[in-house]
Design a protein around this ligand. Structure first.
Ligand SMILES: *Cc1c(COP(=O)(O)O)cnc(C)c1O
Length: 365
């Protein structure tokens, strides 16, 4: 299948980017800012790149309303890298030795939980595994420890399509939030968590850069074994340039932030995201061919999972949707079925086109 136009791409990550962002990158690819070179060919320590870098941090601070008491680190290794880095940086704050609590609501929080076991006691405080990860365990059932350094949760489970509507209330313990797939999709009160983290490739730009937003007093408690490139205090002291940063990904993230600011920021995009998700879920709920299995109050606004009642139609559904320029709807292999990822850069028109196709497919099925 080849196209002479841009398609609607529902991939979960790396994911679709705003056309304006791609166009600007293309326009200035060969000669950036009149330097006669591209941005990816200059020193990360040059004054030109440092200006980009500072603006990226400032724009993110503005977009998320990040107070000065929090540091923004731009690292590598992805959310998966942070699954190791977080315990190494924080777990030793446990009252009786390295320990952390985990709320497991899907594949991603389960991965974080498993990785943390290498560094101390990872305590499973709550899990929705018995409900096939189609919900979030009721807060009253969480068995939080009184000696854990922090509580880890995944704000949006990208594979199952389960999202926390709000930051959970856990009183005094430090909360750590994996926001890989819903960063900048809605307003979040940064002060409610000690650490927020996620890669750029879902809701910001291309892969390669990992954003870690950490309360300053939580830096400097790392275990001895912590690799320097993942030691938050060391990275902070080196402006996240302890090693050569992914300069092109940082520049692209910066174009993404400018685009989001032009859209009216997070508040404005949140409204659009809500409208897109409402359109798709209300169609799924009316349909007799498709169904979403997630408990209503925890349905993700970013990753909409659905199943065809007759699974024999899956292959045909994917072939025909691809041909219609609606790409990457196959669900993750751990979940099966279908998934439409509708991040910030997916326009309402893309979701409308998807619903139209699905309605038509149902009619013909
Ligand atoms: C994609 C994803 C990750 C992993 O990100 P990498 O950049 O591949 O390390 C972690 N958590 C969530 C919720 C994700 O969606």
């Amino acid at each position: 299948m080849t196209f002479d136009r841009r398609i609607y791409n529902f991939a979960a990550g790396p994911a679709t980017l705003p056309e304006e962002v791609l166009q600007q990158a293309a326009d200035e690819m060969l000669n950036w800012q009149g330097l006669g070179t591209s941005v990816m060919e200059i020193s990360h320590r040059s004054k030109e790149f440092m200006a980009v870098y500072e603006e990226v941090l400032q724009d993110l601070r503005t977009l998320m309303n990040i107070p000065d008491t929090y540091e923004i680190l731009l690292l590598q290794g992805g959310g998966i890298g942070q699954n190791a880095a977080i315990p190494m940086n924080l777990m030793s704050l446990g009252k009786n030795g390295p320990k952390a609590d985990f709320i497991v609501t899907g594949v991603w929080s389960e991965k974080s939980f498993k990785e943390a076991e290498k560094y101390g006691i990872a305590h499973l405080a709550a899990s929705s595994a018995a409900e096939k990860f189609n919900t979030v365990p009721a807060r009253a059932t969480w068995q939080l420890s009184d000696d854990a350094a922090y509580v880890h949760y995944c704000a949006n489970e990208t594979i199952g399509g389960v999202e926390f509507p709000d930051v959970p209330d856990i009183s005094d313990t430090i909360l750590v939030a994996d926001i890989s797939s819903n960063i900048l999709s809605k307003e979040m009160d940064v002060t409610k968590c000690g650490v927020w983290f996620g890669g750029a490739q879902k809701n910001i730009g291309p892969s390669g850069v990992t954003i870690v937003i950490v309360r300053r007093d939580l830096m400097g408690h790392s275990m001895k074994i912590t690799p320097s490139i993942w030691d938050w205090a060391k990275e902070s002291a080196n402006q996240s340039m302890f090693n050569t940063p992914p300069t092109f990904s940082i520049y692209m993230a910066g174009l993404g932030f400018k685009w989001l600011l032009r859209q009216g920021g997070v508040k404005a995009i949140e409204k659009r995201n809500q409208a897109k998700a409402d359109l798709l879920y209300s169609f799924l709920d009316e349909s007799s061919l498709y169904e979403n299995r997630v408990a209503k109050e925890y349905r993700s606004r970013m990753n909409v999972t659905f199943f065809l009642q007759d699974e024999n139609l899956n292959a045909e559904f994917l072939t025909q949707s691809n041909a219609a320029g609606l790409a990457a709807l196959r669900g993750h292999k751990a979940a099966g079925g279908m998934r439409a990822s509708i991040y910030n850069a997916m326009p309402l028109e893309g979701v409308q086109a998807l619903v139209e196709f699905m309605r038509d497919f149902e009619r013909r099925a």
